[in-house]
Design a protein around this ligand. Structure first.
Ligand code: PLP
Length: 284
């Protein structure tokens, strides 16, 4: 694996950062994962724009121009074989001399990027789709979930709850019982043929896949959809549940807490939505 660290490309084994890096000590950084298939990225610009707004929220600028990120991502993809790759980009506040909570002034940010293999490009096919089983639990993360922070312990712990229960993911609800998202995905449901997802606020990440899907539905389909609060009581009786993320696109969920979702099979609206996504995703 060839990686990028602070302006240079090198083999992963040669990439070294200081243990005094604030990314390591405090989880003080922002990251992105951009999917690419055979050298083509999905949503490069929206991913970089989200990174810029996340950095801004924690008092940092984007460390390089978007065009410089574009060249670096293109080069990393080529150097790593141009297959099915997730491009991970991480910007931390940099390496300080002391461990001090206050933001240091004028130290260079640490910029790290690498690629990793992701599953083959998703296809709209009920028999080939990976059907997910999920747990649910109260969302115990912080109140700034709209920031794609590298401090992921809350997400990691929730993800592990699902694993420990023999499931693939964990969907989360707030203290009033309303769906927020999953530990590493956004959540959509289908009720009476209408596609629903919670509105954006501090309780969930503004997922790029979520945004592309909503835009594709609006531009290219007559399927009904809405962004609105969804109580877990409602989630437990919907016809379909989907998880969305950059590496999964739209993943159908067939079991929630051990009970079948709808008829327990991958749904028809999922099929329609994933086909639309396949058709239009490279326009972003
Ligand atoms: N929510 C969380 C907590 C995530 O970590 C992710 C990232 O994969 C998502 C949602 C989905 O976002 P995206 O579609 O931008 O990958």
């Amino acid at each position: 694996t060839i990686v990028f660290l602070n302006g240079e490309f090198m083999p992963m084994a040669e990439a070294k950062i200081s243990p005094m890096d604030r990314g390591f000590l405090f989880g003080d950084g922002i990251y992105e994962v951009i999917p690419s298939y055979a050298g083509r990225c999905v949503g490069f610009l929206p991913h970089l724009q989200r990174m810029e707004s996340g950095l801004q929220a924690i008092g940092m600028p984007l460390p390089m121009e978007i065009d410089a990120f574009k060249s670096l991502v293109e080069r990393l993809i080529i150097d790593n074989g141009s297959g099915n790759l997730g491009v991970y980009i991480h910007v931390s506040r940099g390496t300080d001399v002391k461990r001090n909570h206050a933001y240091p002034i004028n130290i260079p940010q640490t910029v790290f990027a690498f690629t990793f293999e992701i599953p083959a490009e998703p296809v709209a096919d009920k028999t080939l789709a990976k059907a997910y089983k999920v747990s649910s639990t109260q969302d115990l993360r912080w109140k700034r979930c709209h920031i794609k922070s590298t401090s992921l312990l809350g997400n990691v712990m929730h993800f592990q709850q699902g694993q420990d229960a023999g499931n693939n993911e964990t969907i989360l609800y707030n203290q009033d019982g309303y769906l927020t998202e999953a530990s590493a995905c956004n959540v959509f449901v289908v009720k009476n043929k209408t596609i629903l997802t919670p509105p954006l606020d501090h309780q969930l990440l503004p997922g790029i896949t979520r945004m592309l899907l909503l835009d594709i539905l609006k531009q290219h389909s007559s399927l009904q959809f809405a962004e609105r609060a969804i109580h877990m009581d409602e989630v437990r009786s919907v016809d379909e549940i989907w998880l969305t993320s950059s590496s999964k696109e739209i993943a159908p969920v067939i079991k929630l807490d051990g009970k079948a979702v709808g008829d327990g099979k991958v749904g028809d609206i999922w099929l329609a939505a994933q086909s639309l996504f396949c058709q239009h995703k490279y326009n972003y």
